[in-house]
Design a protein around this ligand. Structure first.
Ligand code: V47
Ligand code: SF4
Length: 379
């Protein structure tokens, strides 16, 4: 049951903060109370203490790039600034050869991950995506492929008439090693009906991630916030993820995605304040006590807010990106050509008082490059 945010009083959030400071698991009502907390330094201190228990003084980053195979999509999410009709101005539909063109410049480079996500193209099927994975892996054998939201996988499976297990197994055999967290939006059905009426529902999203975890495919999770949802909807979303993580342990990172308001049909023109973004990071860190990493995704947040999020529980700043994603620039993000060098990423981290650690997709080992060569896991 989703309760009302306005019923939370200072004594409610003080009690919730005291419980969080004891490291105890928070209930839905306590999570909601924290969203009413006006004491931002208190939330920062609590989230920092929690992130230090989990990740010490480390802030992770990676060397990555994105491929967005198409922005043609069967769905009509009203917050999406990126989708186009096939053939319309601004649409693209890359062939496998086009995708290989995008990959070739990275051959021999110390990039460790490619993130592949796009629209749900009506004419593409699971065999196309399996061939795409095979081609990318052949071109870039040293690069981990993190690909396809649960929404894309759902469409592939339904089109093939296959179970999620059979579909994900085929993708895994062809090179899928991890999955990103997109498509989760807000799980609550009433919000989902307004935001993304024809998109894969919450139960299917969770089922696909559960199946991936069972097959040994690690995944991320996201939450799109700052539009029409209430704090109670956010908490409901976090608790459904926490419950699945208790069961499988298969989520590596959680990424709160701030709604960007330009060029879409949602009709919410303002965006939430930086204070609310930071409060949300802290509450996510405290409520989602079993997902190890909390990512501040800088192409969406901007670099300064990303850096401030490190004081509100975030321990991951994603990666170099190399101007390879359009989802946020098309929605009006400040970062119109997102690219950061390793040195710049490390400087943001050290200026915030943390230790920058290059990671691979699975956060297992501290990956280093020395003299342009892989030196493997370091100390
Ligand atoms: O699901 C679309 C979001 C997501 C807008 O797993 C928007 O490491 C804000 O999932 N304003 C896709 N957000 C991106 C994604 C992601 C990004 C970075 C890292 C990872 C990861 C995953 O983009 C969609 C949707 O929630 N999105 N439109 C918008 N106007
Ligand atoms: Fe399609 Fe994704 Fe945009 Fe929704 S958010 S319309 S599924 S591209």
């Amino acid at each position: 049951m989703i309760s009302s945010f306005h019923s939370k009083t200072p004594s409610d959030w003080r009690a919730a903060a005291a419980k969080a400071s004891r490291g105890e698991r928070l209930s839905a009502a306590e999570g909601e109370a924290l969203y009413a907390c006006e004491d931002l330094p208190l939330l920062s201190a609590l989230a920092t203490s929690r992130r230090r228990e989990i990740n010490g003084d480390k802030v992770f980053y990676n060397r990555n790039f994105h491929i967005e195979p198409t922005n043609v999509c069967v769905n009509h999410c009203v917050f999406c600034s990126y989708r186009r009709q096939a053939g319309a101005a601004g649409s693209w539909e890359y062939s496998i050869d086009d995708i290989l063109e995008l990959c070739r410049p990275y051959a021999g480079q110390p990039v460790t991950e490619v993130h592949i996500v796009g629209g749900v193209h009506p004419e593409r099927d699971i065999y196309f995506y399996a061939s795409l994975l095979r081609a990318v892996k052949q071109c870039l054998p040293q690069v981990t492929i993190k690909a396809f939201t649960a929404v894309e996988v759902d469409y592939m499976a339904r089109k093939a008439g296959w179970s999620y297990e059979k579909s994900l197994s085929l993708l895994k055999e062809n090179g899928l090693e991890a999955m990103p967290g997109g498509g989760a939006e807000i799980f609550d059905d009433t919000v989902r009906r307004r935001l993304c009426p024809d998109k894969t529902g919450a139960d299917a999203w969770l089922q696909i991630h559960e199946t991936a975890h069972r097959l040994g495919i690690r995944t991320n999770a996201t939450m799109l916030f700052g539009h029409i949802e209430t704090p109670a909807h956010r908490i409901d979303h976090l608790l459904r993820l926490r419950e699945l993580q208790d069961k499988t342990g298969g989520f590596d990172a959680f990424i709160p995605l701030k709604y960007k308001s330009r060029n879409n049909l949602l009709g919410v023109s303002g965006e939430v304040s930086t204070e609310e973004v930071l409060r949300n990071f802290a509450v996510c860190r405290l409520v989602l006590d079993n997902i190890p990493h909390l990512k501040a995704y800088w192409p969406m947040l901007g670099k300064e807010v990303m850096q401030r999020a490190l004081s509100f529980g975030a321990d991951d700043i994603d990666g170099t990106i190399d101007d390879s994603t359009k989802i946020y620039s098309m929605a009006g993000a400040d970062e119109q050509h997102p690219t950061l060098t390793v040195e710049e990423l490390e400087n943001y981290v050290s200026a915030a008082g943390y230790r920058a650690v290059e990671r691979n997709t699975f956060y297992n080992g501290e990956w280093r490059v020395e003299n342009g060569e892989w030196a493997g896991a370091g100390g």
